[in-house]
Design a protein. Structure first.
Length: 258
C-alpha cells in the first residue's frame, strides 16, 4: 500500500480516535464514516442487505468501523470489521468496542458462507484486483445472502486519481460482478440521497479541526489532505460518482474461482 494510503487509512484513524476521545463519543459515528457513506446511504444499504435480521455482518475494509457501529446501534446487527490497516482496527475498537480482524480482501479471514450480510464500502476502488475481492465477498456470504457495496465509479476521463485508487467504469463494475456471479438487485447514486443532517456535518468538521490543530504540520496530514482534495475535485466535476449497490449472492455453495 502506498505511503499516501497509509497516511489516510492507518495514521489518520489513530488521530481521529484521539480527537474523539477529546470531543466525546457523539463525534465517533460521523468522524468514522468520513469519506464514505452518510446516514441516508447507510439506511439505504441496511434496508436492502438484510442487516439486523440475524446472522453476522462482515464489513470488509471496514476502516474505523463507523458503518459497522451504525448497523449495530441502529439495526441491532452483529458486525465484524475486517480491515488491513492496524491503525484503523485499533480506532474501531477504541471508539466503538467493535470486534476487528486485521485482514485483507484478497483472503478474508472468515469461513465460507458465514456472513448473512457483507458490506464493502469504498474498497473496490483501492484495489486493482476487483474480481478477486468480489469473489472473496461471494465466498464468505451465505448462499442467498446480500452484499452492500459503495463504489466510486469513473464517469469518464478521470485524471489524477488519489494515489492508490483505480476507479472502475460502470461497465467494468458490471462485468466484474457478473464474472463473480453476483446479481445487482438495486443501486443508487449517493448524490441522489438526502444530505447528512447539519449536526452530523458539524461533528465531522469539529473532528477534522481537532486533528488539524494537533497534527496539521505533519507530512502524513498533508498527504491525506492532498488525497482528499483530489477526490473532492473528481466528485465536484462529475468525473467520479459514488454509487451504492445492493447485491444478491445466488444460492448454490461455491469455491473461489470455481
Ligand atoms: C475509503 S476507506 C472506507 C472505510 C470504511 N469502509 C467506511 O466506509 O468508512 C477504504 C478502506 O479500505 C481498506 N482497504 C484498502 N485495500 C483493501 C483491500 N485490498 N482489502 C480490504 N480492505 C482494503 C483501507 O485500509 C480503508 O480502510
Amino acid at each position: 500500500m502506498s505511503t499516501s494510503m497509509d497516511a489516510e487509512f492507518d495514521v489518520m484513524p489513530r488521530w481521529v480516535a484521539e480527537a474523539v476521545a477529546e470531543l466525546g463519543p457523539g463525534h465517533a459515528g460521523p468522524a468514522a464514516c468520513r469519506g464514505s457513506v452518510g446516514p441516508a446511504g447507510l439506511r439505504w444499504l441496511a434496508d436492502r442487505t438484510r442487516v439486523g435480521l440475524g446472522g453476522l455482518l462482515v464489513d470488509v475494509g471496514g476502516g474505523m468501523g463507523g458503518p459497522a457501529a451504525w448497523a449495530r446501534e441502529q439495526r441491532g446487527a452483529a458486525p465484524l470489521v475486517v480491515e488491513p490497516q492496524p491503525g484503523a482496527c485499533w480506532a474501531a475498537r477504541r471508539m466503538f468496542g467493535l470486534p476487528t480482524v486485521v485482514g485483507s480482501g484478497d483472503a478474508v479471514p472468515v469461513g465460507d458462507g458465514r456472513a448473512a450480510s457483507v458490506w464493502c464500502l469504498g474498497v473496490l476502488c483501492t484495489t486493482t484486483d476487483k474480481l478477486g475481492l468480489l469473489c472473496e465477498l461471494r465466498r464468505i456470504a451465505t448462499p442467498g445472502g446480500r452484499l452492500g457495496l459503495f463504489v466510486l465509479v469513473d464517469r469518464g476521463l478521470c485524471d489524477q486519481p488519489p494515489a492508490g485508487n483505480s476507479f472502475p467504469s460502470e461497465f467494468e463494475l458490471a462485468a466484474a460482478l457478473a464474472t463473480a456471479r453476483l446479481e445487482v438487485v438495486d443501486s443508487v447514486d449517493v448524490a441522489d440521497l438526502p444530505a447528512a443532517p447539519p449536526d452530523w456535518e458539524r461533528r465531522t468538521a469539529e473532528t477534522d479541526e481537532a486533528v488539524r490543530a494537533r497534527h496539521g504540520r505533519e507530512p502524513a496530514w498533508r498527504r491525506m489532505q492532498e488525497q482528499q482534495a483530489r477526490l473532492a475535485r473528481l466528485l465536484d466535476t462529475g468525473q467520479v460518482a459514488g454509487r451504492l449497490l445492493a447485491v444478491h449472492r445466488p444460492g448454490e455453495v461455491s469455491r473461489r474461482g470455481a
